[in-house]
Design a protein around this ligand. Structure first.
Ligand code: NAD
Length: 391
């Protein structure tokens, strides 16, 4: 694993747990963790349960006793690490968004295809696909229970940078993060809605905004937290969007709206998706992660209404291995499910999803959103991923 902070901790938790919960065809050994600070990575290895640690990701990637490389760093290093790992014949799991640019994502996808020909697997970490209620949503759509999908309504709202004194952490710098709310949380709802509906976004019209353009330079930071140094006078320019809002068309005729923002005061990590079809609707709200609301329009008029399904039955996706019905799970479990699917795919010699090609398609949507916003919300088609690969 490269990176030991927010996602490093979340993935470590999943790697520690996955063999204890699921019967898998392979056993995970947490071999080595990498970070840039020797003392901090040593402490992280101990705390998170890794056998050894290093400050040199190239040495880790070249290591003979490592089969899988898990990339938990900011986007500016995803491409370089993934390309080196795939070239060294390692299976790769890479956090989202796949890269900072379409060009990088394209190179990663091409490398994954080449490596895939000799059985090397790769996957991008869109973990929300693995929330049981989201997987159930997809099943209901695939079984035709919603009929023809007409509307997708997706919001992902946070508020961690509302304070203009919150420092200029890497997530607010384009060269490190690629984009702001758009690529960080917008990418999740793009992937999630395409996964659930089985439809791809074909075109967008977008607005983006950077509300606070200058911020104090940061002290120590990780994940969504940073030390605020009240005495610091130096500031830097925010080079990413604080918020991105767009309308979209999906390739089977649905209309969609997306809102991703870090300025929704009071909203901490509020991901909500509603899908309306000709035969029914479903609603998922991450703050009620164990539940799915389902409106089945085929029921008698006297019984119609949204049903709250508690997605904790053994028959529900991923749930059989956990607790008795009604004994709920949380955020971290989505990562355990991610690692379960990844390990199964690698051990069984099949390609896990979402593939790098799937993640490249998300990157192409992010790119279309940015270009549309730059052109005063002009309608912008999303470049087809396969055509992009052929370039
Ligand atoms: N799936 C999710 O829900 C989710 C949530 C948060 C972040 N992410 C993604 O995970 C990735 C990491 O985000 P985070 O929140 O964990 O960031 P973070 O700031 O908490 O941690 C980043 C880690 O990467 C290390 N690092 C940075 N550059 C490095 C390099 N060149 N070599 C070695 N280590 C390096 C840092 O030291 C740190 O340990 C990003 O791509 C982000 O978009 C995904």
């Amino acid at each position: 694993m490269i990176g030991y902070s927010f996602m490093g901790a979340a993935h470590s938790q999943a790697w520690r747990t996955v063999n204890r919960v699921y019967e898998l065809p392979a056993r995970v050994r947490m071999a080595q963790i990498c970070g840039r600070d020797a003392a901090k990575v040593a402490e992280a290895a101990d705390r998170l349960g890794w056998d050894t640690h290093t400050t040199d990701w190239r040495a880790l990637v070249a290591s003979d006793d490592i089969d899988v490389v898990d990339i938990c760093t900011p986007g500016d290093s995803h491409a370089e690490i993934a390309l080196a790992a795939l070239a060294a014949g390692k299976h790769v799991i890479c956090e989202k968004p796949l890269a900072n640019t379409v060009e990088e994502a394209r190179a990663m996808t091409a490398a994954a295809a080449t490596a895939g020909a000799s059985g090397v697997r790769s996957m991008c970490g869109f973990n929300y696909r693995r929330v049981p209620a989201v997987a159930l949503m997809r099943q209901l759509v695939a079984e035709g229970r919603l009929g023809t999908i007409r509307h997708v309504r997706a919001t992902y709202l946070q508020d961690w940078i509302v304070d203009p004194q919150f420092p200029l952490v890497w997530r607010l710098q384009k060269d490190k993060a690629g984009s702001g709310a758009l690529g960080d949380i917008g990418a999740h709802i793009i992937d999630l809605t395409q996964f659930v509906t089985g439809q791809r976004i074909t075109g967008v019209s977008a607005v983006t905004e950077t509300f606070v353009k200058e911020r104090p330079l940061p002290g120590a930071s990780s994940g969504l937290a940073a030390e605020v140094d009240g005495t610091a006078t130096a500031t830097g320019t925010v080079t990413v969007d604080d918020a991105a809002i767009f309308v979209a068309r999906l390739d089977d005729g649905a209309l969609a709206t997306y809102e991703a923002t870090r300025f929704a005061t009071g909203r901490k990590n509020a991901l909500r998706v509603e899908i309306n079809g000709s035969l029914g609707s479903v609603v998922f709200d991450l703050e009620r992660l164990n539940e799915l609301e389902f409106y089945d329009a085929s029921r008698p008029a006297t019984e119609q209404g949204f049903t709250r399904i508690l997605v904790t039955e053994a028959e529900h996706p991923y749930m059989a291995a956990w607790w008795p019905p009604g004994h709920i799970i949380g955020y971290e479990h989505s990562f355990t499910h991610e690692m379960r699917d990844f390990v199964e795919a690698v051990a069984n010699g099949v390609d896990p999803t979402p593939s790098f090609a799937d993640a490249l398609q998300v990157q192409l949507v992010l790119d279309a959103v940015t270009r549309s916003a730059d052109l005063g919300s002009r309608w912008t088609d999303v470049e087809p991923a396969l055509a992009a690969l052929a370039v």
